[in-house]
Structures are given as structure tokens and as C-alpha cells.
Design a protein around this ligand. Sequence first.
Ligand code: EPZ
Length: 428
Amino acid sequence: MDRIVISGGHTLRGEVRISGAKNAALPILASTLLGRGECVITNVPGVKDVLTMSQLLVLLGATITTEGDRVAIRADQLRSTAAPYEMVKTMRASVLVLGPLVARWGEATVSLPGGCAIGTRPVDLHLNGLVKLGAEVSVEHGYIRAKAQRLRGARIHLDIPTVTGTENLLMAACLADGTTVIENAAKEPEVLDLAHFLVKRGAKIAGAGTDLITVEGVSVLRGADHEVIPDRIEAGTYLVAGAITGGDVYVNACRPGHLEAVIVKLRGTGADVIEGKESIRLKAARRPRAVDVRTFAHPGFPTDMQAQMVALLSLAEGTSVVVETVFESRFIHIPELQRMGAEVRIDGNHAVVSGVAKLTGAPVMASDLRASAGLILAGLAAEGETEVSRVYHLDRGYERIEDKLRGLGAVIRRVKGSTGGAGAGQTP
Ligand code: EPZ
């Protein structure tokens, strides 16, 4: 397994270009199963999760041609409607093929994505919604089996504004007979990007990006081209890299409007954040000030930026309280940060972060995608050398992170591991 080694204490300065959003690309790629005709998706990030989704779609029978960030895909015929455990266990977002398979092909057999480092990650809301749409759903031997002659429109109220749950049901509703209303829908920009793509293909969707989405089912979706939105979490991660090293970072090809909650908090730490049309510049404070953070569904502070923010606040002047309201165990980065000298007390879903004057480099272990990012950021600021192991977690969601950080002045290198591949257990 590869490791990333960072020599800390270098101020980051310069420009970094943001890649396409992993969490928009994944549902968009899965949604190509809904129709016939070629779809050309651009600004697709070169990350492991996208490769895994592409491999799954090919396994199902789609034809895919990838050239750089451009993916041409056609799913006119399928040879299978089954997403096997071996594939789903490496990427829980594989569950996004469930809605399209049932809607277009009348059946789906998808391995239950297990729990992972950040929580139990149930999919009950996905399944209950499909039942509302008229599918017969059963769970046996670790697999979800769903089938339907033709889905029919329904009113679905989501107990929780689940992101992939909203996406699965939105995709299924596009081909259902009649009108579907999804209440308490997720409002993340990635949901809206998926809806934009579906509408280009002929879907009839209103209200995407709000908590009330209405879909008029159609009989077929055609091919379309689409450019994936920039990755707001990648953008936020590089802004924190600038803030934690006392630097001056210009994040390009991003959407400031997708990051308002993060920008507000970074300003609260004393950073000077200048928003452009498709760029954000952050000039760090001499030392960050403590701020309180509470994660929420969009447009609240994103849970996917919590670990990065804790790393920054561990060096702040004062004490911050960070509350994780979305996932039940998303503080797994904190014990590793404590090995670097961070002073954090965890009490349930609250983390009380007492800022220290410095962190010291140490060997640390990544446990999930965003926790890994938090450790990398801490290493950039720490005195001495930090070695982050199990960086396959990082590669799932960050494109060429060490190259991009080196381009900003970080002293960072990847050490190729002896044995490749993911570690044990479910990955978020
Ligand atoms: C999406 O996961 C993202 N993944 C996650 O990003 C992100 O952290 C999460 O949304 C929250 O923003 C993708 O988009 C591929 P949820 P998702 O369903 O859809 C509970 C990353 O780092 N819940 O919105 O799986 C669930 O347990 C990843 O890129 C149910 O109870 O998250 C959680 O507590 C990590 N039943 C809450 O809802 C369900 O059926 C929010 O989960 C579904 C969810």
C-alpha cells in the first residue's frame, strides 16, 4: 500500500485547478443505464471511485471509452442487472445503479453496501422509496433484489435528506408511469447536476436543488452531453491547505456558491477569502482563530469538510466545538491528529478542539477519504515529517493530490507500497 510523506512547515502559495465533482460524476455515470444513445460526460475526475463505477457499468454491459476527463458511454443493451458484492464492497456508491436498473430493465440485484468507517450507512430510505414506486424489494443473502413491470409515480417523503437516496429515487422516477414527488429531498449541488443531465436526456424534472422535487415520468431517455460541476469538497480542501500553512492560495475552476458555508467558517477563523466568478482566493490569517462548526445537509456546513476543518482548528487560537450531525462515527481522524499533538476531547458527536501552537509530524493511518485529507493537511503544517499510510482512501476521491499540493509549494512525495490494493472492510 502506498504512503504519502510530507515535510511540514512550508507555506502554500499559488494556483490550483479543481477537478470535476466525484459525487456528481458517480450518479451521472450510473444514470446512463436509464436510456439509449451515447452520452459524453466531460470534466470527469480521474479518481478511483469513478474507475470503479465505470468497471461496474461495463460489467453490466455498457460500452465506455475514456480519454482524459472525457467519458463516452452507451448502455443500449445490458448483459446483466447484478452488481456483485466484490464490486460494491469497494465502493458503496455502486448502490446508485439500483434505481436505473429497476426503472429501465425491470429488475436489479445489488449487493447491500455494508457499513464503513464513518457509520452503518443504511439504504432503507432508498428501498422504501422504490417500494412506494411499485417495485417488489427483498433483501436476502446480503443482496437487494428489486423488480417491477413498470414503476408508477408516487409521493415519497424522505425521513432524512439522503443524497444518494434522493438520486436513486430521482433516476427511478424519470421512467415511472405518472408523477412522482420527493419531499425532504437532498439539496446538494451534485443532486442538481444529476437533474440537469437527466433533463438534457428528456426527463421532466422540477424543483431539483430544493427539498421538493417533482418528476413526470417519460417512456425513454436519449443520449446527451454533459460537463460535470467542479468538486466543492476538493476546492474546500485546498482552501484549508492555504489556511493551515499561513499561505495564499488561488483555487481555480470552482463554484464559490457551492461552498458558502465553508467560506463563512474560513472567514470566521480570520482568513481573507475573496470570491471570484469561478475562483476563490484565500489569504490566511497569521494564526487561525477558533470557530464552532456544526455539519448539516446542504446548504449547511458539509460533513465532507469536517475532518479538514478539525485539522485547521487544532492549530487555532482558542477552543472550537465541532458537532457532526450527519454520520454517527466521523471523528476517526481525531486519534491520529492527537498523535501529532492535537488536543481534542470527543463527547458523543461533539469534538472540543483546544488549539495548540504547533503540531509535530508523525506516522499516521488514513481510515476514510476525508479523514485522510485531514491528516494530509495537518502534515502540511506540522513540524517535521508526517507519513500517511493507506492512501488508497485518498485516491478514491482526490485527483493527483500530491502533485497539486506540490504545485502550491508543499514538500510531499508518494512512496509506492510493496502490496497494492485496498485494505479490509467497507469503504465509505
Ligand atoms: C453522500 O453519501 C456522499 N457520497 C458522501 O460523501 C457524503 O458524506 C454524504 O452524502 C453526506 O453529504 C456520494 O454522494 C457518493 P446520505 P450518502 O445518504 O448518500 C442516513 C465522500 O467522502 N441514511 O446523505 O451515502 C445515513 O446513515 C462521501 O465523498 C439512512 O439512515 O449519504 C447518514 O446518517 C462520504 N438511510 C445520513 O442519512 C438511508 O437509506 C446521510 O446519508 C440513507 C441514508
